[in-house]
Design a protein around this ligand. Structure first.
Ligand SMILES: NC(=O)c1ccc[n+]([C@@H]2O[C@H](COP(=O)([O-])OP(=O)(O)OC[C@H]3O[C@@H](n4cnc5c(N)ncnc54)[C@H](OP(=O)(O)O)[C@@H]3O)[C@@H](O)[C@H]2O)c1
Length: 246
């Protein structure tokens, strides 16, 4: 079974992906996942280890460098899928006039800068694998083309993810030469801590639009990743498999 490493796996979509992978597991192998810290609502004892042969199959990776060393030990054939899922949105309702610039810097650090560090650290393991896929979880809110329609929605978040997209497109062209597929995707509007913050915005503009479940998103995301092909070059996929405008 191909291997996966998922960042931001303590809750939300990352936790959904890991849970789905564990349910699908046919062999005794399980995915390492990177968890920064367990949230107050979910202790390590509650983490879904029921499908695991032993709790040691899940790695709690607190630092990327240490994480790579530990992941390398359990992944002798390399890392097939590196899923950069961790992300934040701290000021969804702010306008250009009210954005807190210091908070914006933190959003940029987590959403745009940190993925470079994550990919750098785990790239040697990805190179060693058979599948060789690097996934960067983005959002439809990052689309330059759709920006005028979503102009007041999560401005800083959208900018940080647009930055992630350009880094993904540039890096993908280099990684392509080595046979590494880079996938950028929008996981859907999902009912998570991050997703619920934009509920009021959508309720005012399109009350019929409802968020999808974490389970649905995880299922869709894993299908899109599986179907993405090196020769298609990099695209911004929706969780439905449709291609979104950059
Ligand atoms: N939900 C949506 O509707 C939606 C839509 C489009 C795109 N996305 C994207 O999907 C991804 C997952 O979002 P989500 O909705 O599942 O969010 P979430 O429920 O808020 O979970 C975010 C995850 O990222 C981790 N994280 C946050 N800051 C971190 C940091 N500084 N270092 C390491 N890990 C950190 C969190 O860990 P802790 O528990 O330790 O804080 C948590 O595991 C994000 O990249 C987001 O932009 C979400």
């Amino acid at each position: 079974m191909p291997s996966y490493l998922v960042t931001g796996a303590s809750r939300g979509i990352g936790l959904g992906i890991v849970t789905k992978l564990l349910k699908n597991r046919r062999t005794s192998w399980s995915p390492p996942c990177a968890i920064r810290r367990l949230t107050a609502s979910r202790s390590w004892d509650e983490y879904p280890k029921t499908h695991l042969p032993s709790s040691s199959s899940i790695l709690r990776l607190r630092q990327h460098r240490e994480g790579r060393r530990r992941a390398a030990k359990v992944l002798p054939d390399g890392l097939d899928h590196l899923i950069n899922n961790a992300g934040v949105s701290f000021q969804e309702g702010a306008s250009f006039e009210t954005i807190d610039l210091r908070v914006f810097e933190e959003e940029l650090r987590v959403n745009t800068v940190a993925p470079i560090e994550v990919v750098r650290q785990f790239l040697p393991l990805v190179r060693k694998s058979a599948v060789k896929k690097v996934v960067l979880v983005s959002t439809i809110i990052s689309s330059l083309e759709l920006a005028p329609n979503l102009s007041t929605l999560a401005i800083t978040y959208g900018i940080t993810k647009a930055g992630l997209n350009i880094l993904a497109r540039k890096w993908a062209a280099v990684l392509y030469q080595e046979g590494i597929t880079t996938v950028t995707l929008h996981p859907g509007w999902v009912e998570t801590d991050l997703g619920v913050t934009i509920k009021d915005w959508w309720a005012k503009r399109n009350p019929d639009l409802k968020p999808i479940s974490v389970q649905q998103s995880a299922e869709d995301v894993l299908r899109v990743i599986k179907e993405a092909k090196l020769e298609e070059k990099i695209k911004l996929y929706s969780h439905t498999g449709d291609v979104l405008p950059w």
